[in-house]
Design a protein around this ligand. Structure first.
Ligand code: PAF
Length: 277
């Protein structure tokens, strides 16, 4: 496994690859969710590149970039057994050189849900992901369903900018009690960690209604709110029952729908979602 930080070394490594390349972009502090993406990339490609870069432009002014968890040695030791060819760890100065002023922005899809709560977030995500695609030239790029809106936005960008690659979406990995794996779970204290299962419980309660035949989106949103309100440590930011592709809020569920939510446990903001239909 080559650990590369410069762009020229990455390009040289990429040029030496014959056959398909799978890319797993990450911000590090890897967990089972990331590792499942890497394993899938390994199974489906001749070569695998993992990028580790805590992208400053996708953090808002009130989101603490400097406190984002980082542990490169631990990340590398988790990746070594998985047969990764290259780990690329570019610097912020390389990705955003002085005077930087070029951005990639997806429009309507970035306005609701996470986009409405985190202005500028997706502009940072699409810009860095486009730059990672340019640098690594993958045939397939792997993302987790946990960040459902991110996946929708990146898919749109890939179509709109004619990137010659396939976006592969992998299932959310969960702890035994249902909590979706996330690097941010590390911030939770013991009581918050216990309470954090409320996201999964709320989604599951709405899904049960759906499976019993309920198709009124507002009833599903109300059910999720009710479950969240029963947990004193949880502070709901939004719940949504939206069309899977357009992310517009639904009145009645017909095709595929996305149940999603953002919830604060103390200072930690968690998101989760289920796909219905
Ligand atoms: O999902 C993430 O970890 C990040 O948003 C990504 C895709 C690596 C871009 O920084």
């Amino acid at each position: 496994m080559d650990i590369i930080s410069s762009l020229s070394d990455l390009r040289a490594a990429r040029l030496s690859f014959e056959g398909t390349v799978g890319l797993v972009p990450t911000m590090g502090y890897l967990h089972e969710g990331h590792l499942s993406l890497v394993s899938r990339a390994r199974a489906e490609n001749e070569h695998v590149i993992v990028t580790i870069f805590v992208n400053p432009t996708q953090f808002g002014a009130n989101e603490d970039l400097s406190k984002y968890p980082r542990d490169l040695d631990r990340d590398l030791s988790l990746l070594r057994p998985l047969g990764v060819d290259v780990v690329w760890t570019p610097s912020a100065e390389m990705m955003y050189p002085p005077g930087y002023q070029t951005w990639v922005e997806v429009e309507a899809l970035t306005h609701p849900l996470e986009g409405s709560m985190r202005p500028g977030h997706f502009k940072g995500v699409t810009t860095i992901v486009a730059k990672l695609f340019n640098a690594t030239q993958p045939h397939k790029a792997y993302f987790g369903q946990k960040d459902a809106q991110q996946v929708a936005v990146i898919r749109r960008m890939v179509v709109d900018l004619n990137f010659p690659l396939e976006v592969i979406v992998c299932p959310t990995q969960r702890e035994a009690d249902g909590l979706a794996m996330s690097s941010r779970n590390k911030y939770l204290n013991e009581a918050e960690r216990k309470a954090a299962t409320v996201l999964f419980r709320a989604l599951r309660a709405a899904k049960e209604l759906y499976e019993a035949g309920e198709r009124d989106a507002e009833i599903l949103r109300i059910k999720m709110k009710e479950v969240l309100e029963m947990e004193p440590l949880a502070k709901m930011q939004y719940v949504s029952c939206a069309d899977y592709d357009s992310l517009e809020e639904l009145d009645v569920l017909k095709g595929r729908a996305l149940l999603s939510m953002a919830v604060f446990l103390g200072k930690t903001r968690l998101i989760d979602n289920f796909v219905l239909g």
